[in-house]
Write a protein that binds this ligand. Structure first.
Ligand code: NAP
Length: 378
């Protein structure tokens, strides 16, 4: 039995991770569950998995605490997380918290435990990637593209790798021009053609900022310059990552469009265990297409490359500014095409204030400042 902690357990990634755990009851013992709110869903998860600790960001009403299993203690916030990690010493911690609030739990895990960090929260890598360098051996990426690349790269020497390719479905607005994009509404942006995910990442997939974040993630997780990371639009979303070697071979990693594949890989890592999920059947796959993304229309991707090249503080500011811009778009306060302009304005205005070497505190502070500035500007 391996002890695992699932942070952000009530979200899209968290619930799918618990589904994998549920399919292998003899292999995992869930010791920590965490979420923002003391919700009904969290309570049901606590009843089903009986962890040692349930952690919420917001305070929990007495009724919630009373209904928890007798062995489960309730704690709050980052202090609660550090305490729970020290007490339970999990072997693996999945960080599937969304947004800026996921950054600190990653570092608490790396600094307060010896656990492997199964990292879904991409904001950690984008905002504070420079600080992950000493911990790279303890991180297993969960984002489908990086998990795919990770599986190939661990069998290759650094000097053998020429280029990394990240695939993108292209999102719901693939093929649209700028004029059309000006008029798209939040409910259209929330309809992703391939994946069902939280709202923030779904809108980021529509602007291609998500893919931009992933380019930056690849820079830090695999220590390659962004110029050697190429994005390919691949509408079928079956090939998730490609590694090109210096002698001209391309290793493609493919699996069905289902986050439970990378989650199963990460939860069992370094073992490989048979899955009972339906696997790919090549004869029914049909055509696989790959095309270049439209950088002029989807400006967020261009911005992410630029800030990814520059690193901190631009990357941390990018995370905060984008989080606010997406919220404003979902609230109907700005248009879809205002998102890149607001992000750029915010990052450029705040960058001089945060110049200097990054720390976790400064990365979080920069992301929060960019969030506040962008949110307040609309
Ligand atoms: N969804 C995907 O397929 C996918 C794929 C690759 C990477 N990712 C990345 O994985 C992360 C999670 O994405 P998601 O789609 O699963 O998000 P989501 O569905 O919105 O779920 C977010 C989770 O984080 C919790 N949370 C939010 N704010 C919190 C806070 N302040 N403190 C503690 N917990 C908090 C939420 O709790 P409540 O339920 O109480 O609000 C929920 O459990 C993101 O960084 C995303 O970019 C997602």
């Amino acid at each position: 039995m391996e002890e695992v902690a699932i942070l952000g357990s009530t979200g899209s990634v968290g619930t799918q991770a618990l589904d994998v755990v549920r399919r292998h009851p003899d292999r995992f013992k869930v010791v920590i569950l965490s979420a923002k709110r003391a919700s009904r869903r969290l309570l049901e998860q606590a009843k089903a998995f009986e962890p040692d600790f349930v952690i919420t960001e917001e305070p929990a009403p007495d009724g919630f605490k009373r209904e928890l299993p007798t062995k489960t203690k309730h704690l709050t916030g980052l202090l609660g997380l550090s305490l729970a990690l020290e007490r339970t010493k999990p072997k693996k911690v999945l960080n599937a918290v969304s947004g800026i609030f996921g950054i600190e739990p990653s570092f608490r895990t790396l600094e307060h435990s010896n656990a492997l960090l199964l990292l879904a929260n991409k904001e950690t890598v984008v905002a504070a990637g420079e600080l992950l360098k000493p911990y790279l051996e303890r991180i297993v990426p969960v984002d489908s593209e990086h998990n795919a690349l990770f599986q190939v790269l661990r069998n290759l020497k650094r000097e053998e790798v020429k280029k990394l390719y990240l695939t993108a479905s292209g999102g719901p607005f693939r093929g649209m021009g700028k004029e059309e994009l000006k008029r798209v509404r939040p409910e259209q942006a929330l309809k992703h053609p391939r994946w069902r995910m939280g709202k923030k990442i779904t809108v980021d997939s529509a602007t291609l900022m998500n893919k931009g974040f992933e380019v930056i993630e690849a820079r830090y997780l695999f220590e390659v310059p962004v110029e050697r990371v190429e994005v390919l639009v691949h509408p079928q979303s079956l090939v998730h990552g490609i590694v090109e070697t210096v002698d001209g071979h391309h290793f493609l990693v493919a699996y069905p469009t289902d986050m439970r594949y990378p989650l199963q890989h990460a939860l069992f890592y370094p073992e490989r265990v048979a899955t009972d999920l339906p696997t790919l059947s090549w004869t029914s796959v049909g055509k696989l297409e790959f095309e270049r993304p439209d950088f002029d229309t989807f400006e967020c991707l261009k911005l992410a490359y630029e800030y990814g090249r520059r690193g901190f503080p631009h990357t941390a500011l990018l995370v905060g500014a984008d989080e606010a811009a997406v919220e404003l778009f979902l609230e109907g306060k700005i248009s879809f095409t205002d998102i890149p302009a607001l992000v750029k304005r915010t990052v450029e205005a705040l960058a001089p204030r945060f110049e200097g070497p990054p720390t976790v505190e400064r990365a979080v502070e920069a992301a929060a400042a960019a969030y506040a500035a962008a949110k307040g500007s609309a």
